[in-house]
Design a protein around this ligand. Structure first.
Ligand code: KMH
Ligand code: ZN
Length: 278
């Protein structure tokens, strides 16, 4: 099926996340220098966007505004990637801190469309907070990526757009995050079912967590979708083989995209797809 931008594939790298500890995963990029070097390496092998969670000096997740601003500036200086900040943060982060992320003025930011069980935790995204994120992004000219952890959240997205209008940039882009324990499973049937609920004209990427990585990636490619990969989502390259680094995951996704005759989009083409200003 032809979908927005489907002549090529938007590759997003999510290099760090908020869940893994540096002591357990030494190759996880946590310092500013590690993050920027990772972003440069991933851009070289085909990434067009970076989904960023930052860590503090103790390597723990942080939503410190100064650090976020410094990170956005460094990524813009040393890469051409679209810079997307996470407003999801860690499950323990308060709403006010998550909203303040937008003051770092990234190109794009995530906006999760509902509350979901998240392993043994709860990832809270009440309706009023979702609306606040959507509107604050529009006021600042930040393009949202609507994160969908469960299929009913696509109905919430339609409701959001009906009641509160289109986001900054005028395009709607969704990321299906599949395989979180508590959310929708990461398999071909569920991805296909989710696509029936996508808002008209929306583009989508998909992300398979852990062992869902490959089935979700292959199904998304075959369905005209885009891909998010990275160590936020998977630490295993293959059975018994830990991920070497984020660029390894991006390079594999780029190779599969080329095999599918949908090569990686340049950052400029990805900006046009998402409605992100240049
Ligand atoms: N860390 C998760 C609780 C996002 O970045 O917007 C939420 C998350 C989603 O990673
Ligand atoms: Zn994230």
């Amino acid at each position: 099926m032809s979908r927005p931008g489907s002549h090529g594939t938007l590759l997003t790298v999510a290099p760090t996340g908020a869940e893994h500890a540096k002591v357990d995963v030494p190759q996880l990029p946590v310092t500013l220098e590690e993050l920027v070097a990772t972003a440069e390496a991933c851009e070289q092998v085909g990434a067009a966007m970076v989904h960023v969670h930052v860590r503090g000096a103790d390597a723990r997740p942080s939503l410190d505004l100064g650090l976020l601003k410094e990170t956005v500036a460094a990524l813009r200086e040393r890469t051409g990637l679209i810079v997307q900040l996470s407003t999801g943060g860690a499950v323990t982060d308060p709403e006010a801190d998550r909203l303040r992320v937008l003051d770092a003025l990234p190109d794009s930011a995530s906006c999760t469309m509902g509350t979901v069980n998240f392993g043994d935790d709860v990832f809270m995204n009440r309706w009023g907070f979702v609306v606040a994120l959507h509107e604050a992004m529009r006021e600042r000219g930040i393009v949202p990526e609507y994160e969908i952890f469960d299929i009913g959240q696509l109905a919430s997205l339609r409701r959001l757009l009906d009641r509160h209008g289109l986001p900054a940039g005028g395009k709607v882009h969704v990321d299906l995050v599949m395989g979180v324990p508590g959310g929708m499973p990461g398999d071909a049937e569920t991805l296909t079912a989710a696509l029936r609920l996508l808002p008209e004209g929306a583009s989508f990427s998909a992300t398979g967590i852990g062992r869902a990585t490959l089935p979700v990636m292959l199904t998304a490619l075959a369905s005209g979708g885009h891909l998010r990969v990275g160590m936020e989502d998977t630490l295993s390259y293959a059975k018994g083989q830990p991920v070497r680094d984020n660029a390894q995951l991006v390079a594999r996704a780029a190779g599969l995209a080329r095999i599918a005759q949908r090569p990686p989009l340049s950052p400029a083409d990805a900006r046009a797809l998402l409605g992100v200003r240049s």
